[in-house]
Design a protein around this ligand. Structure first.
Ligand SMILES: O=C([C@@H]1CCCNC1)N1CCCCC1
Length: 322
């Protein structure tokens, strides 16, 4: 098997949403593919109406292939303070043509306000390691772990783009999507994340590849050295991080996982206006000091073609320019 799904960015590339077919007949929900967590959860007919604000709801009672998992529940809290919880069904899930007939579909009976207000996001599809799955008393596998044995190549790839649609592929490495060679680096999956090390301007930065995090969060020494090059840049705790004049000329930032050299164009680092005036802008690279972990989020990932590889006994990440 192999398949490909188009993923579309919301404004400012804050998140990328990918259509996923669930159930029989298919119900299409737009999910946030998240390599930083391991639950597939959805807005559903179990979600209180007061928390539903435009989202598409999975209706297990309308799916002839849904089976409720007796006694199972889930509850997840994300590093940004958001959370959700609920019950569990098994149902058919199809992503870009790759299908698994009894995927755990976690139905939300509670969502935090950040999710309630995010009307285009119908849920998350976790792609970190299944050790992080929150279903109890019996944990469930991620979609990737469920389909991996059926894939032509035991890998999935992320080709996120700046202000335009990209693709998530499963079971195929599409050589038309990158230039040069793919450089593979080892992954430490001991904490359940796709954790790897890259060099950034002479500093070795261990962090996680997280498609579900908008920005790139790096050690303060790296970040302050970067913004020292930008006239008028300052760290403003009121605004939540480094800001600068929107007309600033931002330098590129290169990170090197193994032999790869991935250059994030300065344009990507001029993330978005910090206020309504539009004169002060918020940086796409921010300090990880308050998070406790470095995160190669979308600002970094969209500069590369990334292979989340389990073709060998130990997981790897492949990096290529494009
Ligand atoms: O909750 C998260 C992120 C939030 C955004 C979406 N991806 C998962 N974590 C990643 C960093 C370590 C703590 C857990």
């Amino acid at each position: 098997d192999s398949g490909s799904a188009k993923t579309t960015p919301e404004q400012y590339d804050i998140q990328y949403l990918t259509p996923v077919e669930i159930g029989t007949p298919a119900q299409t929900l737009n999910l946030d593919f998240d390599s930083g967590s391991s639950d597939l959860w959805v807005f559903s007919t179990d979600t209180p109406s007061s928390s539903v604000n435009g989202q598409t709801q999975y209706d297990p009672s309308s799916s002839s292939s849904s089976e409720e998992v007796s006694g199972a529940s889930w509850s997840i809290s994300y590093g940004d303070g958001s959370s959700s919880s609920g019950s569990v069904y098994h149902d058919v899930v199809n992503v870009g043509g790759v299908s698994f007939d009894s995927q755990a579909v976690e139905s939300a009976s509670k969502v935090s306000d950040q999710f309630a207000q995010d009307s285009n996001n119908d849920g998350l599809l976790g792609l970190a390691f299944s050790t992080l799955n929150t279903v109890t008393p019996t944990s469930e596998k991620t979609f990737f772990d469920n389909i991996i044995d059926n894939l032509d190549v035991a890998a999935w790839t992320a080709d996120l783009k700046y202000h335009e649609a990209g693709t998530y592929d499963f079971g195929v490495i599409d050589d038309s999507k990158y230039t040069g060679d793919i450089s593979y680096v080892d992954v430490d999956d001991s904490q359940g994340f796709w954790s790897f090390t890259a060099d950034i301007d002479g500093t070795s930065v261990e962090g996680i590849a997280d498609t579900g995090t908008t920005l790139a969060l790096f050690p303060d020494d790296v970040v302050s050295a970067y913004y020292k090059q930008v006239d008028g840049a300052e760290e403003d705790s009121q605004q939540g991080g480094y800001v600068f004049p929107c007309d600033a000329d931002l330098p590129d930032l290169t990170f090197s996982p193994g032999d790869a050299k991935i250059t994030i164009p300065g344009e990507y680092i001029n993330y978005a206006p910090a206020d309504e005036s539009g004169s002060t802008c918020f940086g796409g690279i921010q300090s990880s000091a308050d998070v406790g972990i470095n995160i190669y989020g979308d600002i970094a990932l969209k500069a590369a073609f990334v292979v989340f590889d389990q073709t060998t006994s130990s997981p790897r990440l492949g990096w290529a320019s494009k």
